[in-house]
Design a protein around this ligand. Structure first.
Ligand code: HEM
Length: 508
C-alpha cells in the first residue's frame, strides 16, 4: 500500500471514529441499523410513508432513519406530532434544502424553502395578510367556478353521450386540468389553454419549465444524502442556470403585461399584481416575488387534483357513500341548477367526504420536511441541531389508537365527531400545523369541494365493465406527493338536464 493510501485510510478512519463518538453523546430515537456511507437508504421502500409506518411497528412511534449521513427523525403518532408542530414548533421550523432546491429557491429566498427567520416571517406575513385573505379568496371565486364548469363540460363531451354508454374516462385528467388552470390564473392571471384545449406559446414554455424543473430536481436525489460523494455527481450548473433564466424571462414577460394592464385599468386580484403592488411596502426582492409565484405553482397544482382523484376512486368502490352523496345533493341543490360555493355550508356530507379523503389519502403524507434549528428533545430523545424531522401524517390518520375502523372510507365518522382539518387537531394533519402550516389550505379546500360537488352532482360514476367496485387498486405512487399508482378509470353517466353541462367562459 502506498504511503498516500495509508494516510487517506487513516484519515477516513479518524473521521468515522470522531463522528461516531460525537453521535454517541446523544440519546437518539431507535431505528434500523444504518450501513456505513449509505445509512438506511438502500432499505427504504419507494413508497416511503408506508415503509416508515411499517418500521414504526418494530422501532416505535419515533425513529431515526439515516439518509446517507443525515439523521432523519420520523414521528408517527398524535402526541409526538404535537411535540413537533406545537410545543417545539419554532425550533423545528427550518427546511432542509437539497442542492436543487437551493438553486430553485435562490438559497431560500422564497417561502417554501426559506429557513425560519426575519425573511420567512415577512414573506409569510405577505401570504396571510395579502394573498390568502378571505376577501381575495372570495374575489377569486369566479375563476374556480369557471374552471369547474369547464371540467363538467369536458367530461360531458368525453363520456360519449347523455346515456353514458360511451367510453370510460380517466378521472385524474379532469381535476388536474382544473388545478392547473386555476393556479396559473390566480398566480399569473393567465389561462394558457383555450376553450378547445389548445395551449398558447407561453403555456408551452410554462409546461416545459415545470417539466425541466422536475427532471433537474430528481436527477440528484441519491447523491444529495452523501455529501462527501457529491463530487461524483456534480451539479449540472449550466442546466440549472438555463432553467432559472427561462423561469425568470417568462415570469418577467408576464409581469410586464400586468404592469401595462394595471396602468390602463387598475390592479387586479391576481397574485402577480398583488406582489408587484406590494413590493415596496414589504421590501420584496425580484427573486422573492418570482420565488413566491413559483412556490404557489409547485404547492398548489398537484395537491388539489390528488385530493379529488382519491375520493372519486373510493366512491366508485363504495356505492353506499356514492348514493348518500347524491341524495344530499338532490335534496339541497335539486336537478335544475348547478352547485356553487355558497352551497357548501348546506352540504355536510360532501364536506365529510372531503375530510375522509384527506384523512385516508393526504397528498403530502410526510408533509414537507422540517429541520432542527437547535438541539431539541422529542419524546424524551435528542434531536440534534441540523437533523431533519418528518411527521408521518398518513400513519397518524390511520392509527387504530385514535381512529375507529381506521382503513374504512366512512365519511359519517365526521358527522359523529367534528374534527378540525386545518392544523388544530393533531389526529388529522393533511395541511400540517403550526408556523409552517399550509397557507393555501382554504383555497385548496374550496377548489376540492367544488370539484367533488360538481363531479357527483352532474354524474353517476361506475366501474369499467367487468370490473367489480372492489377491484379498484388503491396503491400509491412513490414521491413527495401521492397520486394513485394506477389512475382510476370509470364511466361517467350524466344525471342532470343537458344545458347544465355547458360552460359560459368567464374572462377574469
Ligand atoms: C388540498 C390541497 C393542499 C394540501 C393537502 C396541502 C398541504 C400542505 C402541507 C402538508 C404543507 C407543509 C406544511 C409543513 O411543512 O408543516 C404545505 C405547505 C405549503 N402549501 Fe399547501 N397544500 C394544499 C394546497 C395548497 C395550495 C392551493 C397552495 C397555494 C396556492 C399551497 C401553498 C403552500 C405553500 C406556499 C406551502 C409552504 C408553507 C411554508 O413553508 O411556510 N398549498 N401544504
Amino acid at each position: 500500500m502506498s504511503p498516500l493510501s495509508s494516510v487517506l485510510i487513516g484519515f477516513v478512519v479518524i473521521l468515522v471514529v470522531y463522528k461516531v463518538v460525537q453521535w454517541k453523546r446523544y440519546k437518539l430515537p431507535p431505528g434500523p441499523r444504518p450501513l456505513p456511507v449509505v445509512g438506511n437508504l438502500l432499505d427504504i421502500a419507494p413508497v416511503r410513508f408506508r415503509c416508515f409506518s411499517e418500521w414504526s411497528q418494530k422501532y416505535g412511534p419515533i425513529m431515526s432513519v439515516w439518509f446517507g449521513s443525515t439523521l432523519n427523525v420520523i414521528v408517527c403518532n398524535t402526541e409526538l406530532a404535537k411535540e413537533v408542530l406545537k410545543e417545539n414548533d419554532q425550533l423545528l421550523a427550518d427546511r432542509p434544502r437539497s442542492r436543487s432546491s437551493e438553486k430553485f429557491s435562490r438559497n431560500g429566498q422564497d417561502l417554501i424553502w426559506a429557513d425560519y427567520g426575519p425573511h420567512y416571517v415577512k414573506v409569510r406575513k405577505v401570504c396571510t395578510l395579502e394573498l390568502f385573505t378571505p376577501k381575495r379568496l372570495e374575489s377569486l371565486r369566479p375563476v374556480r367556478e369557471d374552471e369547474v364548469a369547464a371540467m363538467v363540460e369536458s367530461i360531458f363531451k368525453d363520456c360519449g353521450s347523455q346515456e353514458g354508454v360511451g367510453k370510460t374516462v380517466m378521472v385524474k385528467k379532469y381535476p388536474s386540468a382544473v388545478a392547473f388552470n386555476n393556479i396559473t390564473r390566480i398566480a399569473f392571471g393567465k389561462r394558457f389553454v383555450n376553450g378547445e384545449g389548445k395551449m398558447d406559446p407561453q403555456g408551452i414554455e410554462f409546461k416545459e419549465i415545470v417539466g425541466t424543473g422536475l427532471k433537474l430536481g430528481a436527477s440528484l436525489t441519491m447523491a444529495e444524502h452523501i455529501p462527501y460523494l457529491r463530487w461524483m455527481f456534480p451539479l449540472e450548473e449550466g442546466a440549472f442556470a438555463k432553467h432559472g433564466a427561462r423561469r425568470d424571462n417568462l415570469t418577467k414577460a408576464i409581469m410586464e403585461e400586468h404592469t401595462l394592464a394595471r396602468q390602463k385599468s387598475g390592479a387586479k386580484q391576481h397574485f402577480v399584481d398583488a406582489l408587484l403592488t406590494l413590493q415596496e411596502k414589504y421590501d420584496l426582492s425580484m427573486d422573492t416575488i418570482i420565488g413566491l409565484l413559483w412556490d404557489m405553482i409547485t404547492a398548489g397544482m398537484d395537491t388539489p387534483a390528488i385530493t379529488v382523484e382519491w375520493p372519486m376512486a373510493e366512491l366508485v368502490r363504495n356505492p353506499r357513500v356514492h348514493q348518500k352523496a347524491h341524495e344530499e345533493l338532490d335534496r339541497v341543490i335539486g336537478k335544475d341548477r348547478v352547485i356553487n360555493e355558497t352551497d357548501f355550508a348546506h352540504l355536510p356530507y360532501l364536506q365529510c367526504i372531503t375530510k375522509e379523503a384527506l384523512r385516508l389519502h393526504p397528498p403530502t403524507p410526510l408533509m414537507l420536511p422540517h429541520k432542527a434549528i437547535e438541539n431539541v428533545k422529542i419524546g424524551g430523545y435528542d434531536i440534534p441541531k441540523g437533523s431533519n424531522v418528518h411527521v408521518n401524517v398518513w400513519a397518524i390518520a390511520r392509527d387504530p389508537a385514535v381512529w375507529k375502523d381506521p382503513v374504512a372510507f366512512r365519511p359519517e365518522r365526521f358527522i359523529e365527531e367534528d374534527v378540525d382539518i386545518k392544523g388544530h387537531d393533531y389526529r388529522l394533519l393533511p395541511f400540517g400545523a403550526g408556523r409552517r402550516v399550509c397557507p393555501g389550505a382554504q383555497l385548496g379546500l374550496n377548489l376540492v369541494q367544488s370539484m367533488l360537488g360538481h363531479l357527483l352532482h352532474h354524474f353517476i360514476w361506475a366501474p369499467p365493465e367487468g370490473m367489480k367496485s372492489e377491484g379498484i387498486d388503491l396503491t400509491e405512487s412513490p414521491g413527495l406527493v401521492t397520486f394513485m399508482a394506477k389512475p382510476v378509470e370509470a364511466f361517467a353517466i350524466p344525471r342532470l338536464p343537458a344545458p347544465l353541462y355547458k360552460r359560459e367562459p368567464v374572462n377574469w
